[in-house]
Design a protein around this ligand. Structure first.
Ligand code: GLN
Length: 464
């Protein structure tokens, strides 16, 4: 059987009919995967253990998992040297659900250390290269997830994670589809925290259908995560077949102003017109809080990461050493000084500073108040519109040589279009709409909390 260019759907149909020879399939799959990994640095760990085929909705389907999600008996490092060699004794809830449906974990994808980045250049292991142009980034922090999806022409879905845009950015830069659900829609149990009030597990795939399918399997309440939502999980597959007649779309002006590339704006506008021709209506709108999203996001994310990462002290997980340290602080500093990367250290230091007594009101509490304003801004828009549409990223995937020149602040500013919806915890999807200079452009579709169906319907109608 020829598996090249086979869709996930066809693979699963064949698999469930008993037509797939799994030895043959996985031989072909790992051959391709290894070639791609060698060329583009996509995986931190490959899991070549003979797959245990089990019936279910995902029977025999290869899944790659972002390295910040715990996988039983498979090394999980969250992209950090401080967790090198850590093999969790348990599966994250999302992984349990995927395995329960017969999904096969083929490896852990490369990422920025603890999710700290937009271009997957803050990696302690490999820096993934964009399969569409090796001189460019795959985006981040789930760079490996975007890259592997773009590189493989075999049935596969990538499970990824977003704190401030880490699913949307790589999807836009690699020409893949990335869905980030509402905060709480998917259990975070077993997800290594970056910033716990922002982190969300989601999926990257070749099609809207693939990510909608994955989302349905991993969503739902989990007693092990009290922030997971109780809402019933809708049938996302049904949302694929709906038409968009009468759907109201808002076009946030600020998001176009922040998009530096005129050609990207034009491409997105062409697609908005396309949506109009399919029966949707659109109107420009404003999101006045856009100017506050970067400072609010980075203060909150850094404050949270500075406390969440305190558990990596060289005593419980991963790196530990015989040192001549005489007390805990000395030992802790030695281990963290040695094993954490520069960007992660920067964020721990800035986050700790912003939480200190005396500064807390000025920074952290203020950022939390601004976050409420940002949420209200979106809520107001969703009273009028079903979805908001904009470019996903302000530019196409940048070249590594240009990323090197960015200051940390310029690096953070690249997230201007994605951190707002992530702060608000609303669902979003990035779909590839057209190429510009041979590189893909992503369109971002946002909806109100728990309205994933709307973004799936709209995204599916645009597929080119
Ligand atoms: N680029 C953002 C950051 O560096 C978001 C990363 C993420 O979503 N994990 O924080």
């Amino acid at each position: 059987m020829k598996f090249e260019n086979m869709s996930v759907k066809t693979f699963l149909e064949e698999s469930n009919k008993g037509n797939v020879n799994y030895d043959d399939f996985y031989n072909q799959f790992f051959k391709k995967l290894k070639e791609a990994d060698k060329k583009y640095n996509l995986l931190i760990t490959t899991n070549e253990n003979k797959p245990k085929i089990q019936s279910g909705k995902l029977k025999g389907l290869p899944l790659s998992i972002k390295d910040c999600i715990c996988t039983k008996d498979i090394q999980t490092t969250s992209g950090s040297k401080i967790l090198e060699g850590y093999t969790p004794p348990f599966d994250a809830t999302a992984i349990k659900k995927l395995k329960h449906q017969g999904g096969i974990i083929i490896g852990k994808t490369a990422q920025d250390e603890f999710g700290h980045g937009t271009f997957s250049t803050n990696c302690a292991y490999k820096i993934p290269k964009n399969p569409l142009d090796e001189t460019r980034t795959c985006g981040g922090s789930s760079g490996g997830a975007g890259g592997i999806t773009a590189a493989l022409n075999m049935p596969h879905i990538a499970i990824a994670e977003s704190t401030g845009g880490s699913i949307s950015a790589p999807a836009a830069f690699t020409g893949t589809v990335g869905i980030t659900p509402t905060y709480g829609r998917i259990s975070r149990y077993g997800l290594i925290d970056y910033a716990n009030s922002l982190d969300k597990i989601g999926a990257i795939g070749k099609t809207v259908e693939d990510v909608a399918f994955a989302l349905e399997i991993i969503a739902g309440h989990d007693p092990l995560d009290e922030t997971s939502a109780n809402n019933t999980v809708p049938n996302y597959q049904k949302a694929l077949d709906k038409n968009i007649k009468g759907m109201k779309i808002g076009i946030p002006e600020e998001y176009f102003k922040e998009t530096t590339d005129e050609k990207i704006k034009n491409i997105i506008w062409d697609n908005i017109k396309k949506l109009e021709s399919l029966g949707a209506t659109y109107e420009k709108c404003t999101l006045k809080t856009t100017k506050y999203v970067i400072p609010a996001y980075y203060i909150i994310a850094m404050c949270e990461t500075s406390t969440n990462l305190a558990k990596f002290c060289g005593m419980r997980y991963g790196a530990s050493e015989q040192t001549n340290a005489t007390d805990f602080n000395e030992y802790f500093s030695k281990i963290r000084g040695t094993y954490l990367g520069e960007e992660t250290k920067r964020r721990i230091i800035l986050g700790t500073y912003a939480r200190m007594a005396g500064y807390r009101d000025q920074y952290y509490l203020k950022a939390m108040k601004v976050r409420t304003m940002i949420i209200n801004d979106y809520k107001k828009s969703f009273k009028k519109f079903d979805c908001l549409v904009s470019p996903t990223m302000p530019f196409i995937a940048p070249k590594f040589k240009d990323i090197e020149k960015l200051t940390p602040l310029e690096h953070y500013s690249a997230d201007i279009l994605t951190v707002g919806p992530n702060l608000a915890g609303i669902p979003m999807i990035s779909v590839p709409v057209k190429n510009l200079n041979k590189m893909p452009v992503g369109m971002h579709i946002l909806a109100d909390h728990m309205q994933e169906e709307k973004i799936i319907t709209l995204a599916n109608s645009i597929k080119s």
